[in-house]
Design a binder for this molecule. Sequence first.
Ligand code: UDP
Ligand code: GLC
Length: 381
Amino acid sequence: MTKILFLDQSGKPGGAELCLLDIAKPYRDTCLVSLFVDGPFRQLLEKQQIPVQILATKAIGVRKESGLLQGLSSIRELLPAINRIANLSRNYDLIYANTQKSLVIGAIASFLSRRPLVYHLHDILSLDHFSATNRRIAVTLANRAALVIANSQASQAAFIAAGGRKDIVECVYNGFNLELYQHLPAATAIKQQLGIEEDKFVVGNFSRLSPWKGQHILLEALTHCPEKAIALLIGDALFGEQDYVQKLHAQVAELNLEHRVKFLGFRNDVTSLMATCDMVTHTSTIAEPFGRVIVEAMLCGTPIVATSAGGAQELVESGKTGLLVAPGDVKELAAAINTCIAQPEQSAKMAQAANVQARQRFDGAIINQQIAQLLSKVIKK
Ligand code: UDP
Ligand code: GLC
């Protein structure tokens, strides 16, 4: 079994971390996950018996979207962390960096220890998401890797457009444990637990609360939908977006939506909640690199509407496996919700087609095999 040293800067379970959880699982007897800060992600890893170690260092900021340089202080402050990772990595076959800041440390450590570097690119390196400087740093370091795994064709294309090497990048979608979707609970029981009346049309939005995830668009769209449409916002501000959370609460009050919107915070029972929803909305206002929540809705058999940019366009075939609407377009989103309310049979049919397709395209067992093959080539290089 390949011995992998995984690196991730976050202690919080964002999509990149949840993806890593599934990738690391087959290697749990031989791998180590090094997190740069402690947090609930450590517990999730430990629950799966994946060895984890916290590389606590003040030099690494936790804000995911802060600049690379700004978040990393100075390279001099990072030296102890780099040395530690370089030394540790001598016991492993390769270093697998799962986030941008871990790429910085991983790339230098890999140079020192002469262990190959793999970078899992979970971002679209466009100027919508990153400054030109951060993009240049990320691409320069990633180009030193033996392999870059892009989470979608959109992320792969943006990497190449930003100067990334074509010969090292491969697109591998996130994989999902299909067993988790085999026995989904009945909607009624969960609606009762949440105090939702049976006749409500429940729209679920399962994303961390962050301006580009576009929860404010859904709130506004709700005002163009019938009263029976209510929204559940599942997720929290994972990377310090407290201002946005306050704005969302103020928006709910301003639009008189208190009786139609529930904030459930971060939940570990997303699958059951999704199965309960009448539809799931993905509302990112800029290109989503992949969009795990879209696939999860499909695997739950719940109708999905997503925004037509980035990876989401590779996941949803509009009119066949879900609906795509323009990012940031309130009216289009409201129209899509209203279509689902008015045509339940047609949307159930699309959800069924999406379910069949998602089970084929995003089967975690197959995706883990693809990754294993790519990694074995890296070691043989
Ligand atoms: N998620 C969760 N609990 C929540 C909200 C979200 O476990 O309360 C999970 C969700 O199921 C998905 C991930 O967080 O697997 C979010 O990943 P996605 O790729 O959709 O977006 P990201 O936040 O990584 O940009
Ligand atoms: C990142 C991206 C998200 C993707 C996830 C897993 O967090 O923002 O779009 O689904 O990584 O690859």
